[in-house]
Ligand binder design. Sequence first.
Ligand code: SF4
Length: 289
Amino acid sequence: MKILRATHLGMCFGVRDAIDLARQTAAEKPLSILGDLVHNESVIQDLEQRGARVVRQLEEARTSAVMITAHGASDRQIARVHARGHEVIEATCPLVKHAHQAVLRLACEGWHPVIVGQRNHIEVRGLTGDLDAFDVILSPEDVQALPSRPRYGVAAQTTQPLARVHYLASLVRQRFPESEVKVVDTVCQPTKQRQSAAMELAAGSDVVIVVGGANSNNTRELAATCRRFCARVWQVQSAAEICASWFEGVRICGLTAGTSTPDDIIDAVEVRLRELAEVELVEMVAVGR
Ligand code: SF4
């Protein structure tokens, strides 16, 4: 069995920088992180061991320093953190900030903001938290439920597949032919690179392993993209979840990972895959005798 790594995979610079900032800050003072810094259990556990604590609600923060995650937060939310007397540690990814600015510009210019993304995702709550009116869509049914507006400004959660954004925007145009529809591309470059590398990888693989947290949106999206090109796709959080039976008759196994997956977890998965490849080789030799 040959193992192919996607040309772009794993942790993006935004997540890496946010984890570094959390580690540095936790080494200096007690730190509360508002929501999962990244959607990856092992990274969160490591940060907790270093003294940082993840809190779900601002009211749970018992430290002076409160970190806004790479997913960002609305200005209103950040103002609430300041108003409670906390020091704000900003780990918002610059590409999420860019998306915030794009969405606010749409609203200021009179477009009704329509965000392609998951309604309750922390990034989408941040993107929409300063808007007085907006809609969030993820499916054709959501487009059907949109209110009628003369001008729609479509933007997206940074980790959405660009093809989905354009598809849903085309449905908005069909449903409201009298309205103007403007699309602003806010999908981040690392997501685009990982998505296109995953398509190429899946098209040439018999099985694909996608490594990432079970609750990571971009990992799920990567797995969904791979399934369009390869019938056998498995999403795992660690090497321990890999089953030898997945590789029966497999000649090429593709390996990719979401933007919140640390390098050491990807490497451990690759080592496990190489062990399985070796086992297959030994068994083949044994049968040959
Ligand atoms: S996925 Fe994109 S927007 Fe999100 S942290 Fe990474 S680079 Fe930034």
